[in-house]
Design a protein. Structure first.
Length: 445
């Protein structure tokens, strides 16, 4: 059952079919080692294939007696040897440049925006692809250099790295293009407007995974047992939904996730309630490693993480050390966009079904009041001295009130009253108060 006070006035049923590889894919995207490791393995395989083709080519020409062509290939390989040697040393410099740029970008983003946005750089596909490709090119160049032979007699030479040399040159050309794309992508991610736009798009991807389907939430049988967390303490990042659904179907029970995604759990914390069946005893072994706990939240199954990041960036911008209300206004623009995307959607309960359509896993979602509070509360507390932000807040509350159904307008009205009271306490002049509370979608525009 949903937690008391967590579901909005409009709550509904969200049914989803689990995706078996979803947690694994997301966890690999949060790592930086996987793509370079794949690149190195791919480079080794490509080198082996290219050298094998070179040996087949030389054997075919020698079998046909075409020694003149073999000699020409030897001359071409000798000409490219200097290029390949240069590539081998130059790629190390490129790798160092990429790594240095990444570290500087991470430091600037963490200091100017929020430590929570660092994961955007870790998950950046272009950064991983560039780093992996450079490492692969370096390894490929080394393997090609090792294949060169001192024998230049076209009748006895066993292999000439002709195909592999051409492949190495092509990999260098691709590396140059990737380097330009990487620098462009990094410069974009260092600009706050692109970061908050990326956060908003990630938030909508999470919303799309929680696509609504009509229907009342079924009544659950009384809980017969609970399953406690036995791993390390940390933030509940996600759960293996597909595995939980399979286990629940096998034992004929319904599982309910007790904490929300994003909650901090310690060993011994109840994480799953078992409804129906004979108890949790037979389930304990089957439910191992179905709950993923980490050091930070992720977007994967966390409906409120995007608003958390936007609020953090806005608060950092409103701090006396930064004093950048325009960035806070840009964050409010995206917060309004996210809240407008959920204002008409059912919230409160997410239900996962098996192949027969029976509900096997019930999960709590943040309700409408929770999302509104997450988006506005802390910004409102920091914005009383910034009329640009208070004016944008007033416009945001008016716009959302117009979009929200009547039963969802109470949290918006509460925030409007609290904002007016905060401005009245902090602004002694009546004209300044009237100016600060005038709705404006640009802040001051």
């Amino acid at each position: 059952m949903p937690k008391s006070g967590q579901a909005g006035a409009v709550s509904g049923l969200v049914r989803r079919r689990p995706r078996p590889l979803s947690p694994l894919r997301e966890h690999l995207r949060d790592t930086f080692w996987f793509a370079p490791a794949v690149g190195l393995v791919g480079a080794a395989v490509l080198a082996a294939v290219a050298l094998f083709l070179d040996s087949l080519l030389i054997e075919a020409l020698q079998r046909d007696g075409d020694y003149a062509t073999v000699s020409d290939l030897i001359d071409i390989a000798d000409d490219t040897k200097t290029i390949i040697t240069t590539v081998g040393s130059a790629m190390l410099t490129f790798i160092g440049v990429v790594f240095s740029i990444s570290l500087v970008a991470l430091q600037m983003a963490s200091g100017q925006m929020s430590p929570r946005v660092v994961r955007l750089y870790v998950r950046s596909r272009i950064t991983k692809c560039t780093f992996a490709w450079f490492l692969a090119t370096f390894l490929f160049a080394l393997l090609v250099q090792a294949s060169y032979q001192g024998d230049t007699d076209p009748r006895t030479v066993e292999t000439v790295p002709f195909v592999s040399s051409i492949a190495c040159v092509l990999m260098v050309l691709v590396s140059l293009g990737l380097f330009v794309a990487y620098v462009n992508s990094t410069l974009r991610l260092m600009r706050v407007v692109h970061v908050i736009d990326h956060i908003a798009r990630e938030s909508f991807r999470v919303l799309d995974r929680h696509a609504a389907a009509g229907g009342p939430a079924p009544e659950l049988a009384p809980a017969v047992a609970t399953v406690a967390h036995r791993g390390r303490a940390g933030v509940l990042r996600d759960v293996n939904i597909a595995r939980l659904v399979r286990v629940a179907r096998r034992y004929g029970v319904v599982l309910r996730l007790i904490p929300r995604i994003g909650d901090f759990v310690v060993p011994g914390t109840p994480v799953l309630a078992v409804h129906g069946g004979a108890g949790a005893g037979p389930l304990t072994r089957a439910l191992r490693r179905t709950v993923s706990v980490g050091v930070e939240r992720t977007f994967h199954q966390d409906l409120g993480f995007g608003l958390r990041q936007l609020s953090d960036i806005a608060q950092r911008a409103l701090s006396p050390a930064v004093n950048d209300p325009t960035t806070a206004v840009q964050c409010l623009d995206r917060i309004v966009q996210v809240l407008a995307g959920v204002v008409g959607r059912p919230l409160g309960v997410l239900q996962h079904c098996d192949r027969q359509g029976a509900v096997r896993l019930v999960q709590d979602l943040p309700g409408w009041p929770d999302l509104v509070d997450l988006g506005f509360t802390e910004i409102r507390g920091c914005a009383t001295a910034a009329p640009q932000v208070t004016r944008r807040l007033m416009a945001a509350l008016e716009d959302l009130t117009a979009l929200a159904p009547p039963e969802r307008r109470a949290p918006l009205a509460r925030h409007r009253v609290l904002l007016e009271q905060a401005v009245e306490r902090g602004t002694p002049e009546g004209a300044d108060r009237a100016f600060a509370l005038r709705p404006d979608r640009q802040g001051i525009g």
